[in-house]
Design a protein around this ligand. Structure first.
Ligand SMILES: Nc1ncnc2c1ncn2[C@@H]1O[C@H](COP(=O)(O)OP(=O)(O)O)[C@@H](O)[C@H]1O
Ligand SMILES: [Mg+2]
Length: 232
C-alpha cells in the first residue's frame, strides 16, 4: 500500500534521514522506534509533505506522492497526528474536529458520530475549549481531528509522549480499535515496549538510518532491543 525507497532528507548540512526504505501493508500497524533525534519525525513530516526530500521516492496506493503539497497528501488519504498534538487551544472540541475535515465538501456528520463513538469523552466535551482539556484528552482530540479527513493511513508521532501510564494504555487501545476499523497505522514511538506490542511490523531508526526490522512480536524478544530500548 505504501512504500518508501532510498529516502534522504537534509536540514541544511544536517543529514536527518539517510537512505531509508520501508513499506506498510494495508490494514497493518507499523511502527518506527528509536531514540530522540533518530529522524522519526522527519520521516513522517516528509511523508506528509511538510518537509522536502533530498532524494528517494514515496509511493501510496501505486502512485508517487514524493514532493506533493500537504493538502494533496491529505486528499490522497494520509494524515499526520503531529508530535505535541498541536490542537487549537482557543477553539472548541467540535471546531477542532471540523478543521480536520476542511478538505471535504460532503456531509461530515457520520464521521463526527464515528469519532464521538471512539472518543465518548470528546462528545461530552464538544463545547469545551481545546486548551482546557487534559493531556490525554488533547491527544484524543488530535487523533479524532485526523480521523475527520477519513484517512486510509494515519501517522501518529509519539502519541504517548508526556502522558501518565494509565492514559498511555487508553491511547494504545484506541490505536488498536482504529486499526480494527480498517485504518492503516504508521506509528512513531519512543515507548518501544507499547509500540512493539501493538505493531505487526517494526523498524528501528538510529541516526537517520534503519538498523533493524522485524515483526513487533520478534523485536520485543530481541536482546539488543531489550538493552537499548526496553530498559531490560
Ligand atoms: N527543523 C529542523 N531544522 C534543523 N534540524 C532539524 C530540524 N528538525 C529536526 N532536525 C534535526 O534532524 C535530526 C532528526 O530529528 P527528528 O526527525 O526530529 O528526530 P526524532 O523525531 O527521531 O526525535 C536531529 O538531529 C534534529 O536535530
Ligand atoms: Mg520526533
Amino acid at each position: 500500500m505504501f512504500e518508501i525507497k532510498n529516502l534522504f532528507v537534509n536540514y541544511g548540512g544536517i543529514e536527518a534521514v539517510r537512505d531509508i526504505s520501508f513499506s506498510v501493508e494495508e490494514g497493518k500497524i507499523v511502527t518506527l522506534i528509536g531514540a530522540n533525534g533518530a529522524g522519526k519525525s522527519t520521516t513522517l513530516r516528509t511523508i506528509a509533505g511538510l518537509v522536502k526530500a533530498k532524494s528517494g521516492t514515496i509511493e501510496f496506493m501505486g502512485e508517487k506522492i514524493t514532493g506533493k503539497d500537504p493538502a494533496s497528501i491529505v486528499g490522497k488519504g494520509i494524515t499526520l497526528v503531529p508530535e505535541g498534538r498541536k490542537i487549537f487551544p482557543d477553539l472548541t472540541v467540535l471546531e477542532n474536529l471540523k478543521i480536520g475535515a476542511y478538505l471535504r465538501s460532503d456531509d461530515i456528520s457520520k464521521d463526527l458520530e464515528w469519532v464521538y463513538s471512539l472518543f465518548p469523552r470528546l462528545k461530552e466535551r464538544s463545547w469545551q475549549y481545546g486548551g482546557t482539556l487534559s493531556g490525554g484528552e488533547q491527544q484524543m482530540l488530535a487523533v479524532g481531528r485526523a480521523l475527520m479527513s477519513r484517512p486510509k493511513m494515519i501517522m501518529m508521532d509519539e502519541p504517548s509522549l508526556g502522558l501518565a501510564p494509565l492514559i498511555v494504555r487508553d491511547i494504545f487501545s484506541i490505536i488498536k480499535e482504529i486499526n480494527k476499523e480498517g485504518v492503516t497505522i504508521l506509528l512513531v514511538e519512543q515507548n518501544a515496549n507499547m509500540a512493539l506490542q501493538v505493531a505487526d511490523m517494526a523498524y528501528v531508526m538510529e541516526t537517520g538510518r534503519i538498523t533493524l526490522s522485524g515483526k513487533g512480536s520478534e523485536l520485543i524478544d530481541n536482546e539488543d532491543i531489550k538493552k537499548a530500548y526496553l530498559g531490560k
